[in-house]
Design a protein around this ligand. Structure first.
Ligand code: ADP
Length: 632
């Protein structure tokens, strides 16, 4: 490469610029004619921010006249032993050459009769001369420029960079200055990150302290205490928004004789009112000097604090209040304070809202407890009355059953006597009437006995005479007893497995007989003519003998499955009551299942019904289950 030829070309063009760079040094600017200062100036990077661009960094450019170019270059390099290179621009600012020390400079020196001694090896930047130099617009960010500079081929990485200036001219940027600026920015990022972490940490601690209680009074006091740990202030208040005013609920730094009502602020709906502005804009606000603010009202008895910071407390409901802080001197709050207080206010609003909700819930809970207590007293009273009534009813049942038995015995006795009287015997009509009387008396006896059983069950005085009872025997005997009724109603009895394979139970045969009688008679009663009653007796794994009485009858609504075991409860119409024991749907007094349940439970057993529901067309049927503990 003929470098001297390149220089010659510059000589022949008009208005050449010589641009020089120096490591860590800023060269005085273009027009002060002093060219290079041998001392140089330390680069000041303190003004840099994260948004800084190449325009914020010092670049080097100055002009020399045509004739002196070679001499100037030579002199410059001689005077500035650390100067890495020069860029030669033409009058239009186009780069004609970028050169380093080295052979080229030696040649230039020789041509102008100047001796040049080099203190370090300098290369001619061939790549740049070939148009491969890094040229960046002045608005390129420092971070971006640094990464591009360092991503150049290794040999180029530390070569200067050409910066295009706003006026279209170019200047030379020392890559060391660029890297220095980048490291300054990295430090800035790091310290910002540190600050952010510290703030996040103290906010986390504050948040924890704030939410550690749900009592409104404590929360409000804690807000100002915790806030003073993250931002210094002289006086502070927590204000809650209430329709037309801000009510003070916590204060700090005020004289003791100043009450909350002294500190409340009316919300005036006009633009000069800072509180109104914050409440409507939901944005915090700094007043640098309240004495210069129109409409600022200074409270009597307080020293003037010039700086004020107001931050809204915002919850999901909107602005619920605000934090008001002051410092004595003017211009004392800055954007950093605002950021911290704003972050704090977010947490304070959550804590306040939680405390308010908690208070509401606690109040509601207290009211609820009082009401529950009142209702419990009322219920207990009603229960007492019902119990008394039930006892009266039981007593009545017992007394009336006893009272009925005596005349029944008399009627039965006379009817039996009459049956044997000679003028009756042989008289068909009279005999039929006496038989009717005796059948009615028997039915009445059964009812009276059921009444007595119920009374005994209610008073827990059922007497159980235990013996070994084989349930299938009871069932066989009942089927035999009811065989005429079954025939009359054309109802078939199905016995599954012949009921044989079950153990005996330890119980009262007479009482258990009543249980199975009641259930079997019901199965016949509520099954239409021609239906089926299926009986199954099995031993369950839990050691219970379970008898299932399944009919093909009218079924029972699930709502009544439990109620039918209550005394005097019937689902059918009272009008359908009939004197026929097994007549279809002939209701009784509603005692059969109550007695059965009482007896079964007195034997530590269970009785229940399963049915898909009541339907007199589909006849879904019902299955009654009776479980009694087997003898082990
Ligand atoms: P009742 O003397 O009326 O038969 P129960 O206590 O024996 O009294 O029965 C109570 C009610 O249960 C009956 O009125 C009837 O409505 C219903 N019930 C009992 N067994 C059956 C059944 N197998 N099918 C349908 N309904 C039944």
């Amino acid at each position: 490469m003929d470098y001297s030829g390149a220089i010659k070309r510059q000589h022949s063009s008009i208005g050449l610029n010589l641009v020089a760079t120096q490591e860590y040094m800023m060269v005085p600017s273009v027009n002060n004619k002093s060219l290079f200062s041998s001392e140089g100036v330390k680069v000041d990077l303190t003004h840099l921010t994260l948004e800084s661009t190449l325009a914020d960094l010092p670049t080097h450019t100055f002009e020399v006249n045509n004739d002196s170019l070679g001499e100037v270059v030579a002199k410059t390099f001689t005077k500035e032993p650390h100067l890495p290179g020069v860029v030669i621009l033409d009058g239009d600012g186009d780069v004609d050459a970028i050169i380093s020390r080295g052979k080229f400079l030696e040649q230039v020196g020789r041509a102008f009769g100047v001796e040049v001694y080099l203190s370090r090896p300098i290369r001619v930047m061939m790549g740049v001369l070939d148009g491969r130099y890094l040229e960046l617009p002045h608005h390129t960010s420092i971070q971006e420029a640094a990464s591009m500079a360092l991503n150049r081929p290794v040999a180029m990485a530390y070569e200067p960079i050409l910066v295009t200036l706003p006026n279209g001219r170019r200047a030379l940027l020392d890559v060391y200055i660029l890297l220095l600026a980048q490291s300054k920015l990295l430090k800035l990022v790091y310290s910002l990150e540190q600050n952010r972490r510290q703030l996040a940490d103290s906010l986390r601690k504050t948040g924890k302290a704030l939410t550690s209680t749900l009592e409104l009074e404590k929360v409000t006091k804690r807000i100002l205490k915790e806030l003073s740990k993250v931002v210094w202030y002289k006086r502070g208040t927590v204000l809650l928004k209430e329709e037309e005013r801000l009510r003070s609920i916590a204060k700090r730094g005020f004289p003791d004789n100043m009450s909350h009502s002294d500190l409340q602020v009316p919300l005036q709906a006009h633009e000069d009112d800072v509180f109104y502005q914050i409440a409507t804009s939901k944005k915090p606000m700094i007043v640098d000097d309240v004495t210069k603010t129109t409409g600022w009202q200074q409270l009597d008895g307080l020293d003037v604090h010039h700086s004020w910071l107001g931050v809204p407390l915002i919850s999901y409901k909107g602005v619920i209040g605000m934090l008001s802080l002051t410092r004595p001197e003017p211009n004392a709050f800055n954007e950093d304070d605002l950021t911290v207080v704003r972050a704090f206010a977010g947490q304070a609003a959550v804590a306040l809202e939680n405390a308010r909700l908690y208070r509401k819930i606690t109040k509601f809970k207290d009211q609820l407890e009082v009401r529950v207590e009142e209702r419990t007293i009322e219920l207990n009273r009603a229960y007492d009355i019902l119990e008394k009534l039930d006892r009266t009813k039981s007593n009545f049942i017992e007394i009336s059953a006893h009272e009925l038995r005596t005349p029944l015995t008399v009627i039965k006795g006379y009817a039996q006597v009459m049956n044997y009287m000679p003028n009756i015997q042989g008289d068909d009509k009279s005999e039929e009437m006496i038989e009717g009387i005796l059948a009615g008396v028997d039915r009445l006896y059964r009812i009276v006995n059921s009444m007595l059983d119920v009374a005994k069950i209610d008073s827990n005085s059922l007497n159980i005479n235990r013996e070994e009872v084989f349930i299938p025997n009871i069932i066989y005997s009942l089927i035999n007893q009811l065989k005429y009724d079954l025939q009359k109603r054309a109802i078939t009895i199905n016995l599954i497995n012949d009921l044989k394979d079950v153990p005996s139970v330890n119980g009262d045969a007479t009482l258990l007989n009543k249980v199975f009688y009641g259930v079997l008679v019901n199965a016949i009663k509520y099954t239409p003519d021609g239906g089926t009653v299926t009986l199954e007796c099995i031993c369950l794994e839990d050691g219970m003998v379970q008898t299932a009485v399944k009919d093909s009858g009218i079924g029972i609504d699930p709502d009544h499955h439990e109620l039918i075991f209550e005394k005097f409860y019937q689902t059918g119409e009272v009008a359908l009551h009939s004197s026929g024991v097994t007549k279809f749907k002939a209701g009784g007094p509603g005692l059969g299942l109550a007695v059965a349940k009482g007896i079964v439970e007195a034997h530590d057993g269970r009785i229940w019904v399963e049915s898909d529901g009541y339907n007199e067309e589909a006849f879904p049927g019902s299955t009654f289950y009776i479980c009694l503990p087997a003898i082990t």
